[in-house]
Design a protein around this ligand. Sequence first.
Ligand code: COA
Ligand code: MG
Length: 294
Amino acid sequence: MAVRSWLFVPGDSEKKLDKIAGTAADVVILDLEDSVAPDNKARARDMTAAWLGAHQSKVTDGKRMGRWVRINDLGSRYWRDDLIAVLPGAPDGIMLPKSAGPESIQQLAAELYELEPRAGLPAGSIKVMPLVSETASAAISIPAYAAASLPRLGGLTWGAEDLSAAIGATRKRGSDGEWTDTFRFARVQTLLTAHARGIMAIDTLHADFADEAGLRRMAEASRADGFAGMLAIHPAQVPVINAAFTPSEAELAEARAIVEAFKANPDAGTLQIDRRMIDRPHLTLAQRILGLEN
Ligand code: COA
Ligand code: MG
C-alpha cells in the first residue's frame, strides 16, 4: 500500500469527512485528538466510527486508501472509549499522540489485544504508529523504539507543535526556513530509528497550508532524506506530497541503468556509469527506488 500522503481529518467535521473520498490521500487519519475540542470528543468518536463503517475500503487507481485513527493520549480519559468506538470499523492502524516511549506502545497493544476479538478482528491485526517527539522526555529517548519488543509498531512519525509548546520554543524554523536544531534532532532520530527497525518513517506536516512552494520543497527534502511519506492537514497538500514522493522518470531511468549495469557484470563490486563510480550501496538504493515504482 502506498504511504506517501497521510491526511488528517478532524473526526467531528461532517463536511471534512465527506471530502475524504474526493482526495487522493494514500492514508486518511481520522483525528480524535488535538483537532477536536473536549466537548466534541464523544461526537467525534461516533462520527469517526460511522465513517469507518461506511467506508470499509476505498480504491483509487487500483490502490486502497489506508484508514487510520488518531486516538487521544494515554494520559487522557478518552483513549479507551476511542478504541472501543472505532475498532469495529477495522481501521488499519492507530496513531498514538504524546507517546512516552515503547512502554506506551505496550500499554496500547495490551488494550488492542482485549478489544480486537470483541470487534471480530484477528489478534494483532491493528498496527500502531506513535508521534514520538511531543514531550521533551519523549524527544530525548526516540532510539528506545529501535529494539524494544513491539510487534504492532508499523512506523514512526514526529510533530513539532506539541514539542515547541512543551519547551516554550517560540520558533520552530530559523530565518533560513530550516528547522532549528531541536526539531532537526527529533526529525533525524525519528528517521534513523524507524530505519534501524525496518519500519516506515513518516515526516511531520507543513502547517502553512497555503504555502505550496514551501510544502513542495519540504516534501522533496523528506523523500530525499529517506522518509516514506509525510503528514498533511489540508486536501490541497495531498497532490503536492504524492508528486514529491513519486520518483521522477530521470530517477527511475538512472536506477534501471544501475541495476542493468550490475546484472551485466555480476562479479563487479564497483562499476562506472557516465564517468561516475557506482558500487553496491548505489545498487541497493536503485533497487529501493524501483521498488517505489509499483
Ligand atoms: N480534510 C478534509 N477536508 C478538508 C480538510 C481536511 N483536513 N481541510 C479542509 N477541508 C475542506 C474544507 O472543509 C473546505 O471545504 P469546502 O470547500 O466545502 O468549504 C475545503 O477543504 C477548503 O478548505 P479551506 O477553506 O481552505 O480551509 P478551512 O478553513 O476549511 O480549514 C483547517 C483549514 C486547517 C482548519 C483544516 O484544513 C483542517 O481542519 N485541517 C486538519 C486539522 C487537523 O486534523 N489537525 C490535527 C493534526 S495537527
Ligand atoms: Mg498535537
